[in-house]
Design a protein around this ligand. Structure first.
Ligand SMILES: Cc1cc2nc3c(=O)[nH]c(=O)nc-3n(C[C@H](O)[C@H](O)[C@H](O)COP(=O)(O)OP(=O)(O)OC[C@H]3O[C@@H](n4cnc5c(N)ncnc54)[C@H](O)[C@@H]3O)c2cc1C
Length: 371
């Protein structure tokens, strides 16, 4: 064994990290410590389950291109068929968002990502029940899919365990020990684990974990709520997932009369395990404005979770200058599921000194905020 690597957090990014590091490094002893009794209890178990080809900037589109390609080979890599529904994702663009969305649409096309601009008058073909009076146009990502995050999470877990990664549940990390220059251990509530490398994949708690080595991560945690509702209107039973780009409100047909509605940038650190009823009035207000017939609805379930957002909306991945052996894999915002194949490979490239991720990876370093 030439090194001991401790990954803090068994969310989708922590497990993708463990799997990908183990794949390329047979000599390291790799451990994942997770404070919950099960994997995926953080944001990874609370998502809208969308796999999308991003659009905001080149680095994000590259994360998507890589992740889509990996997921296309999911069967070959993990021995099971990837479950997905190709719904498409339609953004409704108001005047104030027009130039941004046109720029992003053009960037997608330049990078070979399908992106369809739909004029206002043609939008009702995608959904009859929307208020589009103030909408300039729509942008459709035809390849975007609904996936089953638990399937991907489990595949990473199984793949990691098959490569001798040890996962310690119910074990909260409470400190990272250094000798001032490099990592020497991780203290958990149960023991001190001596190690030379630690990966911070703590999701909403990444900021706290980073503070143990004196780092101030540029991350803001914001709560987003999902409601599963039943509606009497048939307008929302099929078609793409639809977002109002300005309100950050969206819905996704779930089949039959069931619809998922999501929204929220609440400044709270704590998720809710059931529907976040305190936020229901906001959701109703936005739904009545944008999709009048979807309301009244009956809430039959829901959840809220934390999106850890960085200033430039890119994740923070890789080493830091100050402490040798400390690595971040966090700040994934609303895209940590869809980009989980890329996140794990990038961190593995840093640790294993490989170059499997074919695109620029320095843009994800924490250093970008320190210049
Ligand atoms: C409502 C909502 C909808 C979303 N929709 C989508 C979507 O459609 N598509 C998409 O790609 N993304 C979506 N996201 C974002 C996505 O869920 C996250 O980006 C992703 O789950 C982050 O994964 P992670 O592994 O970094 O964090 P997490 O899944 O939160 O994992 C972190 C883990 O670390 C553990 N942990 C923390 N501190 C410690 C400690 N001290 N010791 C031990 N363990 C610790 C936690 O218990 C947790 O299990 C959504 C998020 C929300 C909230």
């Amino acid at each position: 064994m030439d090194s001991v690597i401790v990954i803090i957090g068994a969310g989708i990014q922590g497990l993708s990290s463990a799997y990908n590091i183990a794949k390329g490094n047979k000599n390291a002893k790799i451990m994942v410590v997770e404070s919950c009794p099960h994997e995926g209890k953080g944001s990874s178990g609370r998502s809208g389950s969308m796999l999308m080809k991003s659009r905001e900037n080149k680095a994000k589109i590259e994360l998507s291109l890589f992740s889509f390609q990996r997921l296309e080979n999911f069967g070959y890599e993990f021995g099971e068929i990837l479950k997905y529904k190709r719904l498409g994702f339609l953004s409704l663009v108001t005047k104030s968002m027009e130039s941004r969305y046109l720029r992003e649409h053009n960037l997608r096309l330049e990078m070979g990502v399908p992106s369809i601009l739909i004029n206002n008058k043609d939008l009702s073909a995608y959904c009859k029940g929307l208020n589009i009076s103030d909408i300039e146009f729509g942008i459709l990502g035809p390849d975007d899919c609904e996936i089953v995050p638990a399937q991907i999470l489990n595949a990473f877990k199984k793949g990691a365990v098959a490569r001798n990664v040890e996962i310690a549940f119910n074990e909260r990390a409470i400190d990272i020990h250094t000798d001032g220059k490099r990592v020497i251990g991780v203290r958990t509530e149960k023991r001190l684990i001596e190690c030379t490398i630690v990966v911070n994949a703590g999701g909403a708690e990444a900021k706290l974990i980073a503070s143990w080595v004196g780092l101030d991560l540029q991350i803001e945690n914001k709560r987003r709520s999902l409601f599963y509702v039943k509606t009497n209107s048939e307008d929302f039973s099929t078609g793409p997932m639809v977002e109002d780009a300005e309100l950050e409100w969206y819905y996704r047909p779930m089949g039959g009369n069931q619809v998922l509605i999501g929204m929220g940038l609440e400044p709270f650190e704590n998720p809710t395990d059931g529907p976040n009823l305190g936020f229901l009035p906001e959701i109703i207000k936005a739904t009545k404005f944008r999709a009048k017939n979807l309301y009244p609805f009956e809430v039959f379930g829901g959840v809220s979770g934390i999106r850890s957002l960085t200033l430039d909306k890119l994740p923070i991945i890789g080493p830091i200058k100050k402490i040798e052996g400390y690595y971040n894999n966090c700040g994934w915002g609303g895209e940590g599921i869809m980009h989980s194949p890329a996140g794990g490979v990038i961190i593995a490239d840093w640790i294993n000194n490989t170059t499997i991720y074919p695109y620029e990876k320095n843009c994800f370093l924490l250093d970008r905020f320190l210049i």
